[in-house]
Design a protein around this ligand. Structure first.
Ligand code: ZN
Length: 348
């Protein structure tokens, strides 16, 4: 009877860390249940784009499978996908602008609304699906958003649009409401650790970075790249320089690093703002009660170099930091947010 034993059916590869809600949703979905658009939301660095790429490859894999998630990694579809040359996969990061110069969308940093409209109008070249992945999506103008909206009134057959965003509140409600939204939770410490280990980080450093990561690979990498207490010390130094009217060094925010997405930069600025808030509180405490305990006692000497200011000025300053945090949650660029805060801190 051995001959009649069925070959175990391979469901293909699909390895992601975290993504529990998305795995649950797509795991239960047959090919007919697929919607035309999904919005993956959650903090930066929790695997939204990784999952979206895995889903895209699953849809473009040409090996028959019983499940929606999974790919063989060796068929022509998978080979083209891995080479970044699949004609039915379009991907872009960041802001969708209303543009006048159409260009090749794949590998471009920015996609114009016109590119997008053209890409969405094309039929799949070799596959039943055509997948558009817009990572950390942002729309420069309402016109750019409306250009996309048009397609959801009558979605072209086979097109699946995948958006990821760590700030879904910045997306126009008209766009957001037309996507099936799936949340991505922060990773567990163990999950972050396993990703870092798989990337070649040694066990001890992976454990420390995972512990300080708040479940985000982006934060964990920032911890690893900083020397020890990296960001915290750099943010305190930035605060002191800004308060003293010197040009503060913000290189630790990596604002010019083109390999970091706008969302990654937002996450770093949000972390910096948290630290600046603590620095300002400690400095204000020193002004009224020099012997009072501080939240970050090892930064005392640095803060003592900043002259005290009158109480109303301190209140204004603390208010401005709160205001900057709110600004950082909008789609104002990370660079402008940091510059705004610097101007608020300079003594007047
Ligand atoms: Zn395949």
């Amino acid at each position: 009877m051995n001959g009649s034993t069925r070959e175990p059916r391979s469901e293909g590869l699909f390895e992601v860390v975290g993504a529990r809600a998305a795995l649950h949703y797509f795991g239960a979905l047959g090919p007919d249940g697929l919607s035309h658009g999904y919005l993956f939301t959650g903090p930066a660095g929790v695997g939204k784009k990784t999952f979206a790429r895995g889903l895209a490859q699953s849809l473009l894999c040409e090996t028959p499978k019983a499940t929606l998630l999974g790919y063989c990694n060796h068929c022509p579809g998978c080979t083209l996908f891995r080479a970044g040359t699949h004609p039915d996969f379009v991907t872009s990061e960041g802001t969708v602008r209303i543009g006048t110069t159409p260009g090749s969308a794949q590998h471009d940093e920015e996609l114009t609304a016109r590119d997008l409209v053209r890409e969405l109008s094309l039929r799949g070249y070799r596959s039943a699906h055509r997948v558009v992945l817009l990572g950390d999506v942002d729309f420069a103008t309402h016109e750019a958003a409306n250009g996309l909206l048009k397609f959801f009134e009558e979605p072209p057959r086979g097109v699946v649009i995948l958006l990821t965003s760590s700030a879904p509140g910045t997306l126009p409600e008209t766009i957001r409401s037309r996507f099936v939204e799936i949340g991505f939770a922060p990773l567990t410490s163990a999950e972050v650790e396993s990703v870092l280990r798989a990337g070649g980080v040694d066990a001890a450093r992976a454990k420390v970075a995972a512990g300080a990561s708040f479940g985000s690979i982006v934060r964990a990498r920032a911890v690893l790249e900083g020397t020890g207490e990296g960001i915290r010390a750099a943010a305190f130094g930035w605060f002191a320089d800004a308060m003293l009217g010197r040009a503060p060094d913000h290189s630790f925010l990596q604002l010019d690093d083109r390999s970091l997405s706008a969302a990654d930069k937002r996450a770093l600025v949000a972390e910096m703002l948290e630290i600046v808030r603590i620095a300002a509180r400690d400095w204000a405490t020193l002004g009224v009660a020099p012997d009072a305990p501080l939240l970050e006692p090892d930064q005392r000497a640095l803060l003592e170099r900043i002259p005290p200011r009158p109480a109303p000025d301190i209140a204004t300053l603390l208010g401005a930091i709160g205001e900057t945090s709110r600004l950082a949650e909008t789609n104002v660029s990370a660079g402008l947010v940091v510059d705004y805060l610097r101007m608020q801190l300079v003594s007047r």
